[in-house]
Ligand binder design. Structure first.
Ligand code: UDP
Length: 378
């Protein structure tokens, strides 16, 4: 008899949420990760008294009450709501583009003035085919130059004319003074850190977590001990790159511990091409801390060879077509896929939680949920 119902490869957001739901449905789950820690790229740790997001800033946001309620079983969230800032030359700008940005740039004060000016500067394009055409058709050359061209070229290592519009459409453009980065109803950062939230989620008698375990070194033995495999790593790697390599973008982080307050806010984007990093995160502002010390992280985009950590799938048409071949192969072999890497999508955390809850619903047909509401005691 196999010891486990599920082997979950990868202890990031998808793996942890699925494991928890499987355990609650009465299944035995083994979760492995090649890293020495849980929480995948959400991992956070204490440095100089500050909770630091080791793999880049993670700000939770969702409009989905089920996703929000699920995570709130394992942590309390503070009410951090993200407001971006951009440094370009010596100036600081309000970001995402909103009425304050336009006031800073053009002295515009009202939505009507904004619409008139934008109408004048937009570069019309009936069917924008790429990121550059799309953003020019929304805001024109000047805003594109200050906010998008340099940042996007650095971030993706490609000209914005070679990227899909979907990459930038995730950021709002507003003709009001609302400068929230995300418009979602539920937002925040886990009090006590992401790692703590994951530890609580994985704390269940039916879940075994094994860290520092490379799936590919022990695949036969691991798969032999579980009925089904849920895989959350790179799908091209799983299939030995047999159809070719999917493209990803990687990142490199440089931390510095300083005294005081470095930038007065959690994230400042550096949008000039000449500055080698894309942004600086000052972690204590996620928790409204006023401690003496502060930790800042400069984030440098990097090429992603096989040895590097993949962060962003470069989902252009060629890569999307290649992904489909791998997905079909996974379907034939009964492999279950989830998360940013295995489904090759530029997902936010809340989308991954929803994806894991949906797969769990399907696998367990919600049999563990009461069909009728429990009867209240008289
Ligand atoms: N972007 C930009 N300028 C900015 C911030 C973002 O041009 O100051 C573009 C860039 O192409 C980036 C995309 O918008 O990859 C999505 O940005 P987001 O902040 O959502 O990126 P993430 O937080 O996922 O790294």
């Amino acid at each position: 008899m196999r010891r486990y119902d599920y082997l979950v490869v990868g202890c990031g957001m998808f793996g942890a949420v699925f494991a928890r739901r499987a355990a609650e449905a009465g299944r035995r789950v083994r979760v492995i990760d090649k890293r020495p820690h849980i929480a995948g790229n959400c991992y956070s740790e204490q440095i100089a008294g500050v909770e630091v997001h080791r793999y880049g800033p993670h700000i939770f946001h969702t409009d989905n009450p089920r996703v929000w309620q699920f995570l709130n079983r394992f942590t309390e969230f503070n009410n951090y709501t993200h407001h971006g800032r951009v440094r370009h030359g010596n100036r600081v700008w309000s970001f995402p583009i909103n009425l304050m940005t336009l006031a800073q740039l053009w002295g515009i004060r009202t939505p009507a003035e904004a619409e008139r000016k934008l109408h004048e500067v937009r570069v019309p394009c009936e069917k924008p085919q790429n990121l550059q055409e799309w953003i020019l058709s929304q805001v024109g050359e000047e805003l594109y130059e200050i906010f998008v061209r340099g940042y996007t070229t650095k971030q993706w290592g490609r000209d914005p004319a070679e990227l899909p519009p979907s990459i930038i459409r995730r950021i709002p453009i507003r003709q009001t003074y609302d400068d929230r980065y995300f418009a979602d109803r539920f937002q925040g950062v886990p009090i006590g850190g992401y790692t703590h939230m994951f530890a609580n989620m994985l704390d269940h008698d039916a879940i075994d977590v094994e860290l520092g375990v490379d799936y590919f070194e022990h695949a036969g033995e691991l798969e032999g001990d579980a009925e089904r495999v849920v895989y959350t790593g790179k799908i091209d790697e799983y299939f030995g790159y047999r159809f070719g390599e999917l493209e990803y973008r990687s990142l490199r982080f440089e931390n510095e511990v300083l005294e005081g307050d470095f930038q007065g806010t959690a994230i400042v984007n550096y949008t000039e091409a000449a500055v080698p990093f894309t942004r600086i995160t000052e972690h204590k502002h996620f928790e409204f801390q006023t401690s003496r010390q502060t930790v800042i992280t400069r984030e440098y985009p990097a090429a992603c060879d096989r040895g590097q950590v993949p962060y962003y799938p470069i989902r252009d048409a060629a890569n999307a077509a290649l992904y489909e071949r791998y997905r079909a192969e996974a379907g034939r072999s009964g492999l279950l896929l989830g998360g940013r890497l295995a489904t090759y999508q530029y997902y936010d955390m809340h989308q991954v939680v929803a994806q894991a809850l949906t797969l769990a619903d399907k696998e367990f047909q919600r049999e563990d949920l009461p069909v009728h509401p429990p009867r209240l005691a008289a």
